[in-house]
Design a protein around this ligand. Sequence first.
Ligand code: ZN
Length: 187
Amino acid sequence: MVDKGKIESAIETILQAIGEDSNREGLLATPERVARVYEEIFSGINIDPQAILQTTFNEEYSGLVTLERISFFSMCEHHLLPFYGFVSIGYIPNGKIAGLSKFVRLIDVLSKRPQLQERLTEQIVNLIDLVLSPEGVAVIISAEHMCMSLRGVNKVGATIKTVASRGSLSTQNDRFKEFETIVSKEK
Ligand code: ZN
């Protein structure tokens, strides 16, 4: 539960600190609006991500399962500016699978908190590894960071790519290449 009143007074302080008149018409309701936005974009903070993946199915499928380019929005914890892009997940089940909506929810909960792309990538891999105990799991995230894009036109559209993997989908393994080829194909 976020303290909206505290956010409102903090935003009012920031507006004054940058030299604005926080009482002018266009800014009057801004602290309240920002508080509502923050409540939404930081709503993942107190949710246990491990609980989300608990509904699993027993299935004797031993091929590669891929979930391609699931979009996400998060906030960089160094600058409190958005970074956003796509998460691709691949795993080779070891008797247990989970539905697509659970992975989407997992990404959502882990994104809606002050984050770093590197940590987000590791957290997704670790949770899937922990709950589904697959033979292998890999996650690729490509994202654009507003804290980079804002600092010069040359960096607009530049994306950062992060990779984390475990088991038979480790990056040095051939099966990782299979995963990478599938998710890097243009749709
Ligand atoms: Zn940043």
